[in-house]
Design a protein around this ligand. Structure first.
Ligand code: SOE
Length: 395
C-alpha cells in the first residue's frame, strides 16, 4: 500500500484539529493509502517540537521551504494564518506535493487566483489540492445536501445562513492575528463568513451571482499581545489598531434567482460557535445547527396537511455519510470528526487520482464572494457582482 508522508505547516488551533484528523482517520476508516505524520513545521523550534511530541508527528522543523523541497514528503497540510497560504501552497504544488489548505483559501482574490491556477497546472500532473471547509464533512451537512440534490425540497426559493460567535465582545481580548488585516485578510467575513458562504453553496449546489452587504468594526483598538499571536495571548504594553471587520451582514442572489441572507459575527453575545443554515423550497425545508450537529430538521410539504411539521432526523445511522466508520446509531459525533472525514476524502482522492472537493477553484469562488461583499460595503451596500471566469493569471 502506498504511504503518503505528510508535512503540516503551522501548529495553532487548526494544527491541533488537523493533527487529530491525521491520527484518527487511518484508525477508523480503511484508507487506500497509509498516512504518515512525518513532520510539523513552525518558526519557534521549541514550541513546534513540543507540538510534534504532543500531537504525534515524527519530527519537527522550522523552515517550510526546506521541508517542501524534501523528496520524502508527499502531502503538505497548511494550517497557518491566511497571509502565507499562497506562498506555501504554490511552492508545494510546483514541487509535486498534494496540498490541503485551511480556509479561507487566501487573503485576497489575486492570491486565490494564483493558487487556483497553480492547482490547475498541478492536477495535470496528478497532484491534488483541497481547501479545508470542514463543515461540509459533518455527516448531517452532507446528508442535507444529498436530500436537496434528490429533490426533497423542490425548487429552492430562499437560504438563511449565519455563523455567530462572541469571543470579541470583551474589549480586553488582545490583538490576535485574526484581528490584523495583513495576517488574516479580513475578520468575521473571511474567517467565519467564508464557512457560511461555502455551506450555502455546497448544500444547494447553487453559486452566488451578486451580493449586497455591510461590514463593521465594533472595537477599533485592542491590547497588544506581549508574545505570540494566539487567541489566548496575554495583554502586552499598549494598544493596537483592529484592521478587520467584527460583523458582516449581507444578502445574496444565486444564479437561479433564489435569495439568501447571511450573517457573520464575533459579537453575537452568548453564541459560541453557532453555524446555522435553513434552506426553503416549494416542497419543504431543511435546517442544520452546528450546536446540534448530529441532526437535521426536515419540513415536508408533501406530507398530509394534518401531520406537517419540522421533524428532527438523527444522522447517526450506518447508511448516513461517514457514520459507518464510527459507532452504532445514536452514539453521536462531534466537532473533531469532520477533520477525520476531511483526511479520509483527501487520501481517497489522491489514491483514486480524482479531485477532492472543495477544490482550490471552489475556494477561489468563495474568495470572490468575500471580495464582492467588502466592495459592496465600501459602496454604500450597493448590489455587487461576484467575479467569475478563468483566473487572470491563467490567460
Ligand atoms: C475562529 O473564528 C474559528 O476558529 C475559525 O477560524 C474556524 O474556521 C471555525 O471553524 C471556528 O472558529
Amino acid at each position: 500500500m502506498t504511504t503518503l508522508r505528510v508535512a503540516m505547516i503551522g501548529y495553532g488551533f487548526m494544527g491541533a484539529a488537523h493533527s487529530q484528523g491525521w491520527r484518527t482517520a487511518p484508525r477508523v476508516f480503511d484508507l487506500p493509502a497509509e498516512a504518515e505524520m512525518a513532520v510539523i513545521v513552525g518558526r519557534n523550534a521549541d514550541a513546534v517540537a513540543a507540538a510534534a511530541s504532543k500531537w504525534g508527528w515524527a519530527d519537527s522543523a522550522t523552515d517550510w521551504r526546506e521541508v517542501i523541497a524534501r523528496d520524502d514528503i508527499d502531502v503538505v497540510d497548511i494550517v497557518t494564518p491566511g497571509d502565507s497560504h499562497a506562498d506555501i501552497a504554490i511552492a508545494a504544488l510546483e514541487a509535486g506535493k498534494h496540498v490541503l489548505s485551511e480556509k479561507p483559501l487566501a487573503n485576497t482574490v489575486a492570491e486565490a487566483e494564483a493558487m487556483a491556477e497553480a492547482a490547475e497546472r498541478a492536477a495535470s500532473r496528478g497532484v491534488r489540492a483541497m481547501v479545508g471547509f470542514t463543515y461540509r464533512r459533518v455527516p448531517a451537512v452532507t446528508f442535507l445536501r444529498n436530500l436537496i440534490a434528490e429533490g426533497a425540497l423542490g425548487k429552492i426559493n430562499q437560504v438563511r445562513a449565519s455563523y455567530r460567535q462572541d469571543w470579541l465582545v470583551d474589549p480586553n481580548m488582545p490583538l490576535a492575528w485574526r484581528l490584523q488585516k495583513e495576517h488574516a485578510g479580513s475578520g468575521a467575513l473571511g474567517d467565519i463568513g467564508a464557512h457560511a458562504i461555502d455551506l450555502a453553496q455546497f448544500v444547494t449546489g447553487l453559486k452566488l451571482e451578486k451580493v449586497s452587504g455591510v461590514i463593521d468594526t465594533i472595537v477599533k483598538e485592542r491590547p497588544l499581545l506581549s508574545s505570540g499571536t494566539g487567541l489566548s495571548g496575554h495583554a502586552g504594553d499598549g494598544y493596537g489598531q483592529v484592521t478587520v471587520d467584527d460583523i458582516a451582514i449581507f444578502t445574496g442572489r444565486f444564479e437561479s434567482g433564489a435569495l439568501a441572507s447571511f450573517e457573520a459575527s464575533r459579537f453575537a453575545t452568548g453564541r459560541k460557535n453557532a453555524l446555522q443554515i435553513e434552506v426553503s423550497g416549494d416542497k419543504g425545508a431543511l435546517a442544520f445547527d452546528l450546536e446540534d450537529l448530529n441532526s437535521v430538521h426536515f419540513y415536508d410539504r408533501t406530507a398530509p396537511s394534518d401531520r406537517q411539521g419540522f421533524r428532527k432526523i438523527l444522522v447517526t445511522e450506518a447508511g448516513h455519510p461517514y457514520v459507518s466508520g464510527w459507532w452504532p446509531a445514536g452514539h453521536m459525533l462531534g466537532y473533531e470528526h469532520g477533520f477525520s472525514h476531511q483526511v479520509k476524502d483527501l487520501v481517497e482522492g489522491i489514491a483514486a487520482g480524482t479531485e477532492p472537493h472543495p477544490t482550490f477553484a471552489d475556494g477561489l469562488q468563495v474568495q470572490r464572494v468575500l471580495d464582492a461583499v467588502a466592495r459592496s460595503s465600501d459602496n454604500d451596500s450597493a448590489w455587487t457582482r461576484v467575479a467569475t471566469g478563468v483566473p487572470a493569471a491563467a490567460v
